[in-house]
Design a protein around this ligand. Sequence first.
Ligand code: PPS
Length: 573
Amino acid sequence: MSKLIEPHGGALKELYLDEAAAATEKQRATDYPSWDLNARQLCDIELLLNGAFSPLEGFLAPSDYDRVVEEMRLSDGTLWPMPITLDVTEDFAAGVAEGQRIALRDAEGVLVAVMDVAAIYRPDREREARAVFGTTDVAHPGVDYLFNRGNTVYLGGRVYGISEPAHYDFTHLRRTPRELRERFAKAGWRRVVAFQTRNPMHRAHVELTFRAAKQAEANLLIHPVVGMTKPGDVDHYSRVRCYEHVLKKYPEATTDLALLPLAMRMGGPREAVWHAIIRKNHGCTHFIIGRDHAGPGKDSAGEEFYGPYDAQHLVEQYKDEVGIEVIPFQMMVYVKERAEYAPIDEVDEDETVLQISGTEFRRRMREGLEIPDWFGYPEVVEELRKTFPPKDKQGVTIFFTGLSGSGKSTIANAVMAKLMELGGRRVTLLDGDLVRKHLSSELGFSKEHRDLNIQRIGFVASEIAKNGGIAICAPIAPYTATRRRVREMVEEANGGFMEVHVATPLEVCEARDRKGLYAKARAGIITGFTGIDDPYEAPQDPELAIDTTDCNPDEAAQQVILKLEQLGYITLR
Ligand code: PPS
């Protein structure tokens, strides 16, 4: 059933059924147990089916899995560094038997593939984390998936493709391994060096790729990952628009751009070996590995998980088996005196090196500061400024939290009026009572319901942030972890977050008792009332704390406005 083609790149295993067989399977699949693939699994299946993961023919069963985890090899000895597994819930696994065929569907219910379940097993996830990622620290995104996001049961078995996962963005740049191989053959590109990236490309990257192509006497493929990268990375839509600008910097007909729907694991050295094999499968002959390839960032203790050149060393160790030549690169830096880029190991001691780190770049974007020409191309910087506008044009969430009767709603309303007077941004008020009426009318005040209520507020606030608006939220939000989650949601949407603790003491709130609820709570008519017989975890480090005991709403709102300006979220006239 698998078709084999062998240009450079070696055997390519495409796993799609032919049209007639696919049509039959589509009909039969209505009777199969059906699993909805999550985002990571969808990426995996796409690359399994189109041959990017050749020689794999499906999700790993224990015989392959164990050896991949322990030795980076399939059971037949072939080098394969990353366990490609299908994790499912206990519930789903309980309804499946070994030997059974199951349907694999995308989030819309479209049948992507069917799978013959050869094995159902519960992996030792700690062993997997340790062997594959070298750590069990959940600050590592790969470990975090294993321990917190993935499911506990693995299904292994051969997969058969029915329909390619649907993509509606940048369709002109999406190419399967077969398509890329054919493209290279047609263009007469006999040597192709691939460049992997999950970041926007600046001058340093272009210089590095130039040099690599020259060194390998090869054409260049810019092959960015658009599946899943590291949380917090620049979204792929913005990046691809940047790559399209960058492509014009290379001499015509020397360089190609194609998108790779890979779900990265941020596995450093092992991942580098995996990336190299994937590029070989796409018909490339050379692969660039730079500093800290597929690095997961820092661990919980603030230390790097891997050494900066560990990835290069591991790939070097397996170079005869990988089937693609690796071009290791040191970090490229700008040498002021020469007014050009050079690998850091080629810089003399008396020369001045200029560098802007990713963190510094993001800071400058946020503050609307200049990005020097030696660092980035103006078109790329302009593109990124659209995604990361300066703070006073960003979406922002003002999140009031405090006891009932502390004054949250009153201040929130006053802040809203002041922001409307200022103009220039759309403002939405998500007051506690308003949300409970329109979004959470079925919820009560258990911990579970309160968390759900706040998560809904967070979802709406993050949608508002995405569109550059200001969301003012004013729920009690008694739990620290839930408030933190809202902050993360908003920040993931590139929005700013300002927490305001309305820290009016309980005695004052109770003395006010505007709604008569404290009296009822004391009398036991209402139970689970915040501050009386339900907890309130006060914020430890809010951007602002206001006690309204001796301050009127206008003064309180003014404090919020000034803080917003101080943090750069608004500009006062
Ligand atoms: S939470 O915890 O954030 O979900 O609460 P919130 O959505 O802000 O709702 C709080 C308002 O509901 C009224 N109310 C109660 N509050 C706390 N505990 C209990 N058990 C309760 N029952 C009803 C109360 O009027 C709160 O309004 P505010 O504006 O805070 O006074």
